[in-house]
Design a protein. Structure first.
Length: 102
């Protein structure tokens, strides 16, 4: 299994209504230093309907400015459709929506 496959495997585990951070996915995939690689992998997502890359956000709960599948607003729309809560500053409320990895 290559690095991207390890990343995709972890992203598939994020349940609806929850998010994970790039660093969290990097750690779960085997290397806490892969945060940037997680971003590259998600931008290259071969199966957007199967690998829910929209559920990965920054460590502060920010969505991607250049979300690969429809712009930055599209990521927020997809998350809101799943019940993810956003704070007034436009970031995900990580206290309520961060996936615990289980």
């Amino acid at each position: 299994m290559n690095t991207f496959d390890k990343i995709y495997e972890q992203v598939r585990r994020i349940p609806r209504g929850k998010v994970a951070t790039y660093g969290q996915i990097a750690t779960l995939a085997g290397n806490p230093h892969w945060s940037q690689i997680v971003g590259y992998a998600l931008h290259s997502n071969p199966a957007p309907g199967v690998i829910p890359c929209h559920r990965v956000v920054s460590r502060f709960g920010g969505t991607a400015a250049a979300f690969a599948f429809g712009g930055g607003d599209r990521q927020r729309e997809l998350l809101e459709e799943e019940g993810v809560v956003f704070r007034a500053d436009g970031t995900v409320d990580l206290a309520r929506c961060l996936w615990d990895g289980e």
